[in-house]
Design a protein around this ligand. Structure first.
Ligand code: GDP
Ligand code: GDP
Length: 469
């Protein structure tokens, strides 16, 4: 192989997005500086598989972004806020309060704050106030001057030094100018492995209890911890008020991540919901499995599916707890079609366990931890390379790929990457020849033998010259 070829190959390997998501980046700034434009640019260009399946393209506030071999979560904090009227004369007091809260939330809960200002407007009083909070907050801050569409706009950037946050990075979110540099900065500021908090010990399975407010997360936590009659020990995290709880079941340890955060959600105050979303995104990034609690009496909502999609995008396995089963009408409870419909809502995660239970009535709680362990085990499956290559060869023989412009996809070699997130790497003659439907077919063949129930299976194609071996 030529040196150029070697370089090419190495680059591709470095860029392979096979690590679990690490870190949460919050975009903050006063209204209209371009936060959602940037968010959409960073997350929207990706062909989000889950969105395609669940038909969820609107109102996204958080998404997983892949860049420079890292995967991380970007959050548009404006979307977490009380919607402010854009056209009406702004109520300065309300606006200031909301923006201040946003910044505070980002400082408390995010790993990196991306602070956006509008270079055309220069520095406003509100910008200065946010900057002050961010400077005191102790989190890495990246100062972004947006709407630098032209050279003239760039000259105005000098003013931004006044904010005391160092060099501003000038971008145009609208045109996409220099957003790659911004992503480089994100990657540089992110923590190396799991976000702040304790790292799970080897052999331990960590679980984040996630879901919309009021679905019964804290009730389920209490039920699980109470009913296991097992060793329960609170484990202090290294930072903030993060507390995990470890329970053991059949000799295995299960760490319930950020139980302090879940309990806090039980206290209903005005801001808890917004904080809790950021918190659960972080908790998920430290977890092997997301335990999504939904309110079965309301059915699965778009938001439930969105959270499920996020969990698997972030690299966790998924178990769905269809809680409040006691509130489901009797005729629905005995109707297999009702349950099937719930299951189908999450079919973009093949084989995901959907458990009907009642946290407050303590019904079916004993099924939860075994399901969590099963999904964690599925996520840890490593297919031996010869078995995988056999399987792929048979799949190719039985249903060869179609030719495209006279050329046919060839899969020269397959292997499962060493990664906490199941990833199959296919070395092919030309990655362009791999079609979505065919990839899906291969995925189904792999799942038919190895399962991976409740886990997203990533398939990555890489070019390999046919003369290489
Ligand atoms: P947010 O309130 O901070 O989320 O701001 P939006 O993303 O909604 O953007 C506010 C307005 O600024 C919209 O009309 C955007 O099209 C516009 N905008 C955002 N980024 C840019 C940019 O880079 N250049 C220009 N010229 N306009 C932008
Ligand atoms: P969280 O916000 O997701 O943590 O939800 P909570 O655990 O605070 O529960 C919200 C409300 O739903 C509380 O009033 C609970 O008593 C109630 N709840 C939780 N689980 C169940 C359940 O299985 N059945 C019924 N009927 N109510 C439940």
């Amino acid at each position: 192989m030529s040196p150029a070829g070697a370089t090419r190959r190495r680059r591709r390997e470095e860029a392979d997005p096979i690590a679990p998501a690490v870190g949460v980046i919050a975009i903050v700034g006063r209204p209209n500086v371009g936060k959602s434009t940037l968010f959409n640019r960073l997350t929207g260009t990706r062909r989000a598989i889950v969105d395609a399946f669940a038909g969820l393209t609107r109102d996204r506030l958080y998404g997983v972004v892949e860049w420079g071999g890292k995967r991380f979560t970007v959050v548009d904090t404006a979307g977490l806020d009380v919607p402010l009227p854009r056209d009406a004369a702004p109520d300065i007091a309300a606006l200031t309060r909301a923006t201040r809260e946003q910044a505070q939330m980002a400082i408390t809960e995010a790993d990196v704050c991306c602070f956006m200002v509008d270079v055309r407007d220069g520095v406003t009083a509100l910008d200065e106030e946010i900057a002050q909070a961010l400077r005191r907050g102790g989190r890495p801050v990246i100062l972004v001057g947006n709407k630098a569409d032209s050279q003239v706009d760039r000259y105005r950037a000098d003013e931004l030094y006044r904010l005391g946050l160092g060099d501003p990075l000038l971008i145009s979110a609208l045109q996409g100018t220099d957003t790659g540099d911004l992503l480089d900065r994100f990657v540089a500021e992110l923590p190396e492995s799991g976000a702040a908090g304790t790292e799970p010990a080897a052999g331990e399975v960590s679980v984040a209890i996630i879901g919309r407010p009021n679905t019964g997360k804290s009730s389920l936590l209490n039920g699980l911890v109470g009913s296991e009659r097992a060793l329960v020990s609170p484990v202090a995290g290294t930072t903030r008020d993060v507390v995990d709880t470890v329970v053991s079941l059949d000799g295995r340890k299960i760490r319930l991540v950020d139980t302090a955060g879940i309990r806090r959600r039980g206290i209903v105050t005005e801001n808890v919901e917004r904080y809790s979303l950021l918190r659960s995104l972080r908790a998920l990034q430290r977890s092997d499995v997301g335990l999504l609690v939904i309110d079965a009496s309301e059915g699965a909502s778009a938001q439930d599916r969105h959270i499920a999609g996020y969990a698997v995008e972030a690299g966790a396995g998924l178990v769905v707890a269809a809680n409040k089963w006691d509130l489901v009408k009797h005729e629905d409870r005995v109707d297999a079609g009702f349950l099937k419909k719930l299951q189908d809502s999450f079919s973009f995660v093949p084989g995901v366990p959907v458990l009907t239970l009642s946290a407050t009535e303590h019904r079916n709680l004993k099924r939860v931890m075994p399901a969590v362990l099963a999904v964690a085990d599925a996520r840890a499956i490593h297919i031996p390379t010869p078995a995988l290559n056999n399987l792929i060869r048979n799949a190719l023989d039985e249903h060869p790929p179609r030719t495209h412009k006279g050329r046919r996809l060839k899969i020269l070699y397959a292997t499962q990457a060493r990664s906490p997130v199941p990833t199959i790497v296919l070395f092919v003659n030309d990655p362009e020849l791999m079609h979505f439907a065919y990839q899906r077919y291969l995925e189904n063949r792999i799942r038919a033998v190895f399962g991976f129930a409740g886990v997203r299976l990533r398939i990555v194609t890489r070019h390999r010259d046919e003369s290489d071996d």
